[in-house]
Design a protein around this ligand. Structure first.
Ligand SMILES: Nc1ncnc2c1ncn2[C@@H]1O[C@H](COP(=O)(O)OP(=O)(O)O)[C@@H](O)[C@H]1O
Ligand SMILES: [Mg+2]
Length: 285
């Protein structure tokens, strides 16, 4: 097992607008092991998606190097599959055809037509979508669409699976169900996963390590938490587990004490000032 299957080294990212340089990421360094499940957590706008897009090869870092399996990343490739919060299925293709498109592209020369068909069905069954092969995206729920997106990504057999808030748009029950499915699939396939989330419970439940980012501009990794909980993890048992609650507390304290958003503070201060100015005695929480 390689210690640095995925490696980010001295990654800096600046966005330029009208001649002004906005530093978004500063000195991001991370080593991910093969088969590891990593969560990236941090306040909105700190640069999480930028990190993921750099790993995906959709963005080029201003400075620094990204290696996957010892190969430098400088373009998108099927070895890094990305799943977004809002599914990116093609609306005119069925569930089956959406996965088929990716599978045909990647395995055209290495699998026969029959093998490709089996492989598409296998991946859709893995996410419990085998019953809806002929449905169009408009005919299935949001949770089902995310399942198809995950099946499509898994079917590419990526070296690294990149998930950008994959459950963010789902209701709590659907979200829990999909989290459980992703945990089961990962224990089966031993994928290397980097997942962005802003949900503390999701991060603790799913991850081997939680990478916590500081606030921007020029965000970087502030703290990395090892989540040493046995698998399989059961969300109900975890609710009473002291270690689980300890990890949860660590992440909460990073986000809401150490990296409390300055804007929130300013907003409250402004609110207080205007309350005082208007002579109101109403308490503000
Ligand atoms: N293509 C872009 N051009 C200019 N600025 C960008 C671009 N993408 C993201 N940003 C800026 O970079 C910062 C980080 O964005 P992002 O990575 O999307 O944050 P997060 O995913 O943590 O919410 C934000 O301030 C955002 O406005
Ligand atoms: Mg984002």
């Amino acid at each position: 097992m390689s210690d640095r299957f995925l490696n980010l080294s001295k990654v800096h990212m600046n966005f330029e607008k009208n001649g002004t340089v906005n530093p978004v990421l500063r000195d991001v360094n991370l080593d991910v092991q093969r088969g590891e499940f990593i969560s990236l957590i941090g306040h909105s706008g700190c640069g999480k998606s930028t990190v993921l897009n750099i790993i995906a090869g959709l963005l080029r870092a201003s400075e620094g190097v990204v290696l996957v399996d010892n190969k430098e990343v400088n373009a998108p490739g099927p070895d890094r599959a990305l799943v977004f919060q809002n599914h990116s299925l093609l609306p005119w293709l069925t569930v089956y055809q959406n996965v088929e498109l990716a599978v045909d592209k990647i395995f055209r020369n290495s699998k026969t037509a029959a093998e490709r068909k089996d492989w598409i069905l296998h991946n859709l069954e893995m996410v419990n979508m085998g019953h809806a092969l002929d449905r169009l995206p408009s005919e299935i729920s949001g949770g089902m669409k995310q399942r198809v997106g995950i099946a499509r990504a898994l079917a590419m057999e990526p070296k690294v699976l990149l998930l950008d808030e994959p459950f963010g748009a789902l209701d709590a029950l659907t979200r829990a169900k999909l989290q459980d499915e992703v945990m089961r699939i990962q224990s089966e396939l031993q994928n290397t996963v980097v997942m962005i989330t802003h949900d503390v419970d999701e991060a603790v439940l799913l991850s081997d390590r939680i990478v916590m980012m500081t606030n921007g501009p020029a965000a970087t990794i502030g703290q990395i938490l090892d989540v040493d909980l046995p698998r399989p993890r059961d969300r109900i048992a975890m609710a009473d587990d002291t270690r689980y609650n300890h990890y949860r507390h660590e992440v909460l304290s990073f986000l809401y004490e150490k990296q409390r958003k300055v804007e929130d503070f300013d907003k409250h201060k402004q609110q207080r000032n205007s309350t005082v100015a208007s002579g109101s005695t109403k308490a503000h929480a």
